[in-house]
Design a protein around this ligand. Structure first.
Ligand code: AN7
Length: 345
């Protein structure tokens, strides 16, 4: 990504052009869901296909490159899971130490394993993500470590490249771009990316942004912080987003909206994406579809519009979120004739 967009990212001649192969994710046509929802087109920007399985790699690579350039030895972040997996991977590959602070017992099993297997120091605090973020901010203010949360401006800069890719693929911006909102860095980044495309004359019309929070963790929808955020979508279990202002600016300038989806709607959307389109995204990502479903029903999205869903993370990161919802495998004898009868072939 640093090689692909050197003049559109905050790099200096001394910034190492590192990569784990992030970016360049596919924009996948979702014809069944488009027909069901009455949309002109529905496309899935599948960010789960980044090297650590989430969009975080786009910003992490820039933040880590600049940290290396500044001679930092230690990366620090608070995380609901994906940021820690990404920081751990880039630290492992590029010879840095990673220290990640997570809310104890609150992060998806796959994400925790990713950080551990890459050799990060994983610290679990009693308290939620918002508290973990306060802790690492204080740590970074007092010690010489590189903070790689999205408060780090290089993270947002890297993440905006996803908007460039969507414009390249479509030759225009979609009518609506839907994405989950947690700490609100990504919605801020997409808006910046689309605005930059407009400034370069690549698009005339900009998309309306549809941000989706989980009902139990919807501070922006409610207009005030949520002290004890709760949702099955652990990635976006955030009560006081760091980029709150960026999100409301993106919403208002794009004539967009930020809505809440219930856990039930999120899990149903996750199953629907997988069973109709074969794309397995984590619950937070599926919130983007739950939001579109609501917006279609309320009339905020008109029939025939062209919509892009940002699927921010891979479903395999969080098997526990779906396991209980699924029927178990059917036990059978190793007998082809019996199996054929069972299947009514
Ligand atoms: C899959 O990893 O905050 O609104 O610490 O992992 O930019 O925060 C993750 C957030 C959406 C929300 N989807 O993005 C973290 C973390 C997935 C995520 C979000 C996250 P932001």
């Amino acid at each position: 990504m640093l090689l692909r967009y050197p003049d559109r990212l905050p790099l200096t001649p001394r910034t190492p052009r590192i990569t784990l192969g992030e970016g360049g994710t596919p924009l996948i046509e979702a014809p069944s869901l488009a027909a069901e929802l009455g949309l002109g087109r529905l496309l899935l920007k599948f960010e789960g296909l980044n090297p650590t399985g989430s969009f975080k790699d786009r910003g992490m690579v820039v933040a880590v490159a600049r940290a290396i350039e500044a001679d930092s030895q230690v990366l620090v972040c608070a995380s609901t899971g994906n940021t820690s997996a990404s920081a751990a991977a880039y630290a492992a590959r590029f010879g840095l130490r990673a220290v990640v602070v997570v809310p104890a017992g609150m992060i998806a099993s796959g994400k925790l394993l990713q950080a551990q297997v890459c050799g990060a120091t994983v610290l679990a605090i009693r308290g939620n993500f918002d508290r973990a973020l306060q802790v690492v901010r204080e740590l970074a203010a007092r010690h010489s470590v590189a903070l790689v949360n999205s408060l780090n401006p290089y993270r947002i800069e890297g993440q905006k490249t996803a908007a460039f890719e969507i414009v390249e693929a479509l030759g225009a911006a979609p009518d609506v771009l839907s994405l989950p909102v947690g700490n609100a860095g990504n919605i801020t980044a997409y808006w910046r990316g689309f605005r930059e495309e407009q400034a370069r004359g690549r698009v005339s019309a900009l998309p309306r942004l549809l941000g989706v929070q989980a009902q139990g963790a919807a501070p922006i929808v409610r207009g005030r912080p949520v002290a004890r955020p709760r949702t099955v979508a652990s990635a976006i279990r955030i009560g006081n987003p760091a980029s709150w202002e960026g999100a409301t600016l993106a919403r208002d300038e794009s004539r967009g909206t930020i809505v809440a989806a219930t856990d039930e709607e999120i899990l149903a959307a996750q199953r629907r994406l997988a069973s109709r389109e074969g794309v397995f995204a984590e619950p937070a990502s599926a919130a983007a579809l739950a939001g579109v479903d609501r917006a279609v029903r309320s009339g905020w999205i008109a029939p025939g519009e062209r919509v892009v869903l940002v699927l921010t993370g891979h479903g395999l990161k969080d098997p526990d979120a779906v396991r209980d919802e699924l029927p178990p495998p059917i036990p059978v004898d190793d007998d082809p004739a019996g199996i054929a009868r069972l299947l009514e072939l």
